[in-house]
Write a protein that binds this ligand. Sequence first.
Ligand SMILES: *Cc1c(COP(=O)(O)O)cnc(C)c1O
Length: 341
Amino acid sequence: MTEIIADFRSDTVTRPSAPMLQAMLAAELGDDVYGDDPTVNHLEGWIAASAGKEAALLCPSGTQSNLVALMAHCQRGDEYIVGQEAHTYKYEAGGGAVLGSIQPQPIEFEADSTLDLDKVKAKLKAKDSHFARSRLLCLENTRGGDVLPLDYHARAANFCAEHGLALHLDGARLFNAIQKQDVALADITQHYDSVSLCISKGLGAPAGSLLVGSQALIDDARRWRKMLGGGMRQAGLFAAACQYALEHNVDGLLLDHDHAQRLAQGLAVVPGIRCDPAAVQTNMVFIGIEDPAQSAPLTAYLAAQGIVVSGGGRTIRLVTHLDIDPAGVDRTIEACAAFFA
Ligand SMILES: *Cc1c(COP(=O)(O)O)cnc(C)c1O
């Protein structure tokens, strides 16, 4: 098998580092469904405090932490408003509708990855027995690598307060956003009723997503997590990895952003590839293949050299993370240039 030198499919592909594995081995464990796991309890308290919230809940995945949040905010027959390409709507197998009986109302994202609040307003349903009850607005940050503008959070929160909506943030990559904007976690989370955070992406833990919110919301979410099969027993093993990631790997996200920028700048000058480095805000690079027929052969050519990318379509997404280094970036640029030469 070809040795893999750079895997750009996603920032989820990171392997736990040796010190992270050490932290997992050293973790004090208990049964978290009984509330007895000290490592989980410490992590949940720690992240709640960092986010300025009353409580937190460790879930195995971001899909589950988003779903339990939707189910805690919305009753059967309620509606949540969400981006057309949003993860909670498009990439979570329709869980809100299937398991929560919550109607999604998708609307298109704007170019800056916000949802236009006037367009949201136009979709809100009047109180009338014909309609689902508009209950929740769900945003995403980062979204396709884009960071939401800092002033947008308060505007969205004020809008929701005015219209009796709750506000959830899918913050799977929120740490990329706070590093990019050089703000504290609470500077953003303060505007939201609930926020989900993935620790298994750029931060490098093998599993784990944290939902933060009020005590009442988290109590509800905990019941839904149990129903969904997410009550884990000696979950401190994962909590220790997440704690390690949060204490050691947040600053490193800026390196991932540098690597993405280096990659974008290198690929921008390769003939046959279209790439705009100015559009790269965090750790995602999107490249267009001018001749779509070259896309699958390019992917195969890279794979033969241990460079893994997903796609084969007209656009290829490359994601940088802890296990991508500058040498891997440079090899990728060289390989692409050689392919098109
Ligand atoms: C990855 C991701 C999630 C959660 O995904 P899991 O694989 O279930 O952890 C949620 N939202 C966004 C935007 C994501 O990228």
